[in-house]
Design a protein around this ligand. Structure first.
Ligand code: HEM
Length: 414
């Protein structure tokens, strides 16, 4: 059994209290209704999968497609379900909404350019960014770590890596800010920001084609596999998904991770001590544990049954949507010892925070680099960093897929 207190009755999902702490509700679901047909706030209904074993199976099941065209929409809904990519106008083909063989081809091409080696070479740049952002508020004694640190770091990092010129990066910051503030909802401002970002990327790719450098966009243009290349449209969609999949996730890794450290002083002391001794092992296992304990992606992105599928004793019919609740699976006591305890030194930690199977996070090496650098730099530079708010007053974003704080007020000695 999990040691999180479990509600006795079926929990109310998607409320304010749920957004602040969904884990008791997930413990209830794992025990009483591990694969459960649920109405989401948008009105769409989907299966929620909460046990680790079922989650892992679902993430790797080829009968569960990522293509929203397989969604059997209820009569009259006609593309109004709020499932990203389902509305024709927004439809954009990228890794997260396609299946093999197209997925295999695109993933192979992008993997030739977005390599662990490229990420490793980027280490000093991420360090510089983290230091520059901390310089911006270190003299003040207080800050909102979401707006001043967790939010700008990943957007500048990915812009740099792609090769977006420095003078245009603040536009990206604004567009990304609009997207994160208003979630993925089909609101005007978000749609406009997406359109602007996409337009900009398309033009940048076009320009780079005749002036290749050593940035990631040039790498994507150069990448070839058995004579195949990305088309300009595919390259633009690829850049977009790198930004889109790699931005809010990393903001939340830094935000949720810092929050967890600040609310678990013993763990934080152990990490600070090990960093002061020049060790990295606890930082590395620690960032994985923070992903498991309170990861950025609460639910993996949509899947749709292309055939009937048995999962956790339920029969999922063709066309029905499936949402794998990574946050619930990663606290499953059947898989993890003391799942509700934060243990930065945890070793047996095959968490699903980056997904599993063919859609396993492509950006995991970059996310690890950013997460490790951000947390280590904060602890080193601001040794007495403390929370400047009552945890009960902190506001969490109520988005469906992501889990993260709206703000994280902190105080420290300037
Ligand atoms: C896929 C998590 C950072 C790029 C995924 C998936 C998860 C995930 C759970 C699988 C989704 C599914 O199966 O439905 C995370 C977390 C991150 C992070 C927790 C940060 C801590 C990044 C970064 C990038 C990135 C920094 C790139 C710059 C991608 C891409 C995919 C993906 C392109 C789609 C891969 C595919 O479909 O083949 N990520 N991600 N992610 N992620 Fe990440």
């Amino acid at each position: 059994m999990s040691d999180a207190p479990q509600p006795e009755a079926p929990p109310q999902l998607f409320s304010q209290a749920f957004a602040a702490d969904p884990y008791p509700a997930y413990a209830w679901l794992r025990t009483h209704a591990p694969v459960r047909w649920t109405r989401l706030p948008s009105g769409v209904e989907a299966w929620l999968v909460t046990r680790y074993a079922d989650a892992k199976q679902a993430l790797a099941d080829p009968r569960l497609s990522k293509n929203p065209a397989h969604h059997a929409e209820p009569a009259g809904a006609e593309g109004r379900t709020g499932i990203p990519g389902e509305r024709k106008a927004e439809l954009m083909t990228h890794l997260l909404n396609i299946d093999p063989p197209d997925h295999t081809r695109l993933r192979r091409l992008v993997s030739k350019a977005f390599t662990p080696r490229r990420v490793a070479a980027f280490t000093p740049r991420v360090q510089e960014l983290a230091d520059r952002l901390i310089d911006g508020f270190a003299g003040r004694g207080s800050a909102d770590l979401i707006h001043e640190f967790a939010f700008p770091l990943p957007i500048y990092a990915i812009c740099d890596m792609l090769g977006v010129p420095a003078e245009d990066q603040d536009d990206f910051r604004d567009w990304a800010g609009m997207m994160i503030r208003h979630g993925g909802g089909p609101r005007g401002g978000v749609a406009r920001s997406v359109k602007k970002m996409r337009g900009y990327l398309t033009e940048l790719i076009h320009r780079k084609r005749s002036d290749l450098g050593d940035d990631l966009i040039s790498g994507l243009i150069r990448a070839s596999d058995h004579g195949e290349h990305l088309t300009e449209n595919e390259a633009a969609a690829m850049c977009f998904v790198l930004l889109f999949a790699g931005f809010e996730t990393t903001v939340n890794l830094i935000g949720n991770g810092t929050y967890a450290l600040l609310t678990h002083p013993e763990q934080r002391r152990a990490l600070a001590g090990s960093l002061a001794r020049g060790e990295r092992a606890l930082l590395e296992t620690g960032v994985e544990e923070l992903l498991r304990f309170d990861g950025p992606v609460e639910l993996a992105t949509w899947r749709f049954a292309t055939r009937p599928v048995e999962l956790g004793g339920q029969r999922i019919a063709e066309g029905e949507p499936v949402l794998v609740v990574l946050a619930a699976a990663d606290r499953d006591p059947e898989r993890f010892a003391r799942p509700d305890a934060l243990d930065l030194s945890r070793r047996d930690n095959q968490h699903l925070g980056y997904g599993h199977g063919i859609h396993y996070c492509l950006g995991a090496p970059l996310a690890r680099l950013e997460g490790q650098t951000a947390l280590a730099t904060l602890l080193r530079r601001l040794p007495d960093l403390g929370l400047a708010a009552d945890p009960a007053d902190l506001r969490w974003r109520g988005g469906l897929i992501m889990r993260g704080l709206r703000e994280l007020p902190v105080a420290f000695t300037p």
